[in-house]
Ligand binder design. Structure first.
Ligand code: NDP
Length: 246
């Protein structure tokens, strides 16, 4: 039996891309899923598909930038399934721009979703995981959490922050038997580029990202981290297209 079977897993950003692919992967291995994102129709459609394939899944429309809504998401999971084994803090946005353009609203959104959203996810699940002395917190960073590219200053700042927060959490919670994993994807073919507001920059990046691989490749890496025995923690993974240089 897979070590994913019957684990209760919250996935944020499950309405598209990596989150959606991860939901399919973990459902096929018997996880009990709690999906979150803002687009209800997309979550509903995915729920129907997973149900048709015999999987167990519930969803809650949630904005990860709201501390209250993230607390409600964790309460929903506990009420429906009785425990939370894993949270995958995956929701993210990437409105790239050079700093001199002063796209303050986009900076704030990246900080709210990519950093605060991850922190609120951690805060929502930590009390019940500490009580059970068991749990797994998986945070999605990026290759941009290791390297800075032109126009990625703020986005990279948020993804470096995800790595720092996750490493700090690892040290703090090791004695509580809570595992942490940082996943840093390279170029993955998803809807992420849609958040770039500058048309010229967007088309240049679309060109650069034609080497992208399927989100299922990240879903498999996440599944690998979850399915390890509970005394084994996969703390960090970089998953790139083979032909991606940087
Ligand atoms: P997508 O744009 O396909 O997915 C992003 C997801 O985040 C959507 O489900 C979206 O759902 C959700 N989301 C955005 N804002 C919020 C919010 N405020 N509250 C709740 N959910 C939100 O992109 P990816 O699948 O590529 O992105 C997933 C993660 O992977 C991100 O953290 C991204 O930074 C990271 N990543 C992606 C890479 C890539 O090349 N694609 C490379 C490196 C990292 P909704 O709009 O319905 O709320």
């Amino acid at each position: 039996m897979s070590n994913i079977q019957d684990k209760v897993v919250i996935i944020t950003g499950a309405s598209s891309g990596i989150g959606e692919a991860t939901a399919r992967e973990l459902a096929s291995k018997g996880a009990k899923l709690v999906l979150a994102a803002r687009r209800q129709e997309r979550l509903k459609k995915l729920q129907e598909e997973i149900h048709q394939n015999g999987g167990q899944v519930i969803f809650k429309v949630t904005d990860v930038a709201s501390h209250e809504q993230m607390e409600e998401l964790a309460e929903f999971a506990l009420k429906e399934f009785g425990k939370i084994d894993v949270i995958i803090n995956n929701a993210g946005v990437m409105p790239l721009s050079p700093v001199h353009q002063k796209k303050i609203n986009e900076w704030n959104t990246m900080i709210d979703v990519n950093i605060k959203g991850v922190l609120y996810g951690i805060a929502a699940v930590l009390p019940s995981m500490r009580e059970r002395k068991e749990g797994h917190i998986i945070n999605v960073s990026s290759i941009a959490g290791h390297l800075v590219f032109p126009a990625s200053s703020v986005y990279s700042g948020t993804k470096f922050a995800v790595r720092a927060i996750t490493e700090g959490l690892r040290i703090e919670e090791a004695s509580n038997n809570i595992r942490t994993t940082i996943i840093s994807p390279g170029t993955i073919t998803t809807e992420l580029l849609e958040t770039i507001s500058d048309p010229e920059l967007k088309s240049a990046i679309v060109e650069d990202t034609k080497i992208g691989i399927e989100p299922a490749s990240i879903a498999r890496a996440i599944g690998f981290a979850i399915e390890q025995p509970s005394d084994v923690a996969i703390n960090e993974m970089i998953v790139r297209p083979t032909i991606q240089e940087l």
